[in-house]
Design a protein around this ligand. Structure first.
Ligand code: HAM
Length: 424
């Protein structure tokens, strides 16, 4: 395996790709800000227990996918596989634990040891939102979904599909679990090995199974919501009504359980056809998270969208990424005196917010012009002894080769650049 390539499932993001990332991150900050959310930056690793307790020991992520290691002090630490548990850990020390609402968003890398595939990475990036502390309310759930749709529209993705469902509350589940187990048990011999283990450990996970041998039985399974209390069903109906009132289209999918155990009531997932098998661009829901040292779980609702998948979806729609920044001006030098002059000029121009490229060990004019071309500089200013003596030079507009006479002063160059850029 090449030592130059990054490990499997991990990528570099080069300067020509970064502007598209920044554009999405900027849109996220703008939209989340409109709903009163502020940024919370949590650590990239946490005590392993935060995720074990937070996400649930039976989840695929905790059982198979976490990057867990022991530090030099013998503590078990884990690279965050998602953002919610860390956010809750941070907010647990605040009045969020006493029912006060906190609105936060986050963005950054997450780590899961999954099999790499298109749109499935081991280091991937999420932008996410959590509304934490306030007691469950259909209004907050619908607002989270509306905000996610708003954000996607803002970045040019409007043809997504929104699937929603209810997971009820803990007390709703035993009756539904019994019905599901009764439905699947006669077919276990035909089902995958994982589902055979899931039936007793966590029967809900079977509804998530993608194997063809299991899908046929998943499709005929009873809708768990029919076993939930009237309060839970009414809660979900209110969420659906609020979405409809806002003109948000959705499909109720009784099989949608989501992969993390902390969810209660509303869960949702957004898919996009521009992606292959990994077609979920975002997911979320209402949750109750129990963390180490807390006596009772803290309520919240939120979502996370996968940056890599948002980029694939935008690509598939032909949304053009922003152009990488190019130098406004390339300073070409002929001779030592010009090199010294240009070096000082470059510093002054940059402090005046003009992006400048320069070769400090300039050799031939040809190689400097080639460099200016490669960097796609908008203008080139050639300075040699003659120009220094005359205190004037020519600014070459690279798009069409037009030459503009310019005085060799900071103000002269800046005003020529501004005037010509405004005209062309
Ligand atoms: P999740 O569904 O596990 O939820 O992840 C959210 C999104 O992250 C997915 O829809 C997908 O776009 C992206 N994603 C997940 N795994 C990968 C991967 N291996 N490679 C690339 N992208 C990936 C959560 O993480 C919850 N914390 C969401 C949430 C917030 N629920 C409530 N609040």
């Amino acid at each position: 395996m090449s030592k130059i390539a990054p490990p499997p499932g991990v990528s570099d993001i080069f300067p020509d790709e970064a502007p598209a990332w920044l554009e999405i991150e900027t849109a996220a900050r703008k939209v989340f800000g409109l709903y009163g959310f502020g940024e919370l930056r949590t650590p990239i690793f946490e005590f392993t227990e935060v995720f074990q307790r937070g996400l649930g020991g039976e989840t695929e992520v905790v059982q198979k996918e976490m990057y867990t290691f022991e530090d030099r002090g013998g503590r078990s630490l884990t690279l965050r596989p998602e953002g919610t548990a860390g956010v809750m850990r941070a907010l647990a020390a605040t009045d969020a634990a006493n029912g006060v609402e906190h609105r936060v968003f986050y963005m950054g890398p997450m780590f899961r040891g999954e099999r790499p595939a298109a749109g499935r990475k081991r280091q991937f990036h999420q932008v996410g939102v959590e509304n934490v502390g306030r007691a469950a309310s259909p209004g907050l759930d619908a607002e989270a979904i509306a905000m996610l749709c708003h954000f996607l529209n803002e970045i040019g993705i409007s043809d997504f599909e929104l699937h929603i469902n209810t997971r009820g509350v803990q007390s709703d589940r035993p009756a539904a679990e019994q019905a599901l187990a009764e439905h699947f048990r006669p077919h276990l011999a035909e089902m995958c090995e994982d589902c055979r283990a899931r039936i007793d450990r966590n029967v809900w996970r079977i509804l998530d199974c993608k194997q063809a041998c299991c899908r046929q039985f998943v499709e005929t399974a009873p809708d768990p919501a029919q076993f939930f209390s009237a309060e839970s069903r009414d809660y979900f109906k209110k969420v659906c009504d609020l979405l409809t009132e806002q003109g948000i289209k959705f499909t109720v999918d009784p099989r949608l359980v989501r992969g993390l155990d902390y969810y209660v009531h509303t869960v949702f997932e957004l898919t996009h056809t521009g992606l292959g098998a990994q077609n979920a661009i975002a997911g979320g829901g209402r949750y109750e998270l129990l963390l180490p040292e807390l006596k009772k779980p803290i309520p919240g609702v939120g979502f996370a969208a996968g940056m890599e998948r948002l980029l694939i979806a935008r690509d598939s729609l032909g949304v053009k990424p922003p152009l990488p920044q190019v130098p406004k001006l390339y300073l070409a030098s002929l001779g030592d005196a010009a090199q010294a002059f240009n070096t000082a000029l470059a510093a002054k121009l940059r402090h005046a917010d003009v992006s400048v490229a320069i070769d400090y060990d300039a050799k031939s004019m040809k190689s400097q012009m080639r460099a200016a071309d490669r960097m796609k500089a908008e203008y080139v200013l050639v300075v040699g002894d003659t120009e220094l003596e005359a205190k004037s030079a020519k600014l070459k507009r690279m798009a069409d080769g037009q030459e503009i006479p310019v005085g060799l002063t900071l103000d002269g160059i800046i005003s020529a650049l501004n005037t010509d850029s405004a005209q062309s």
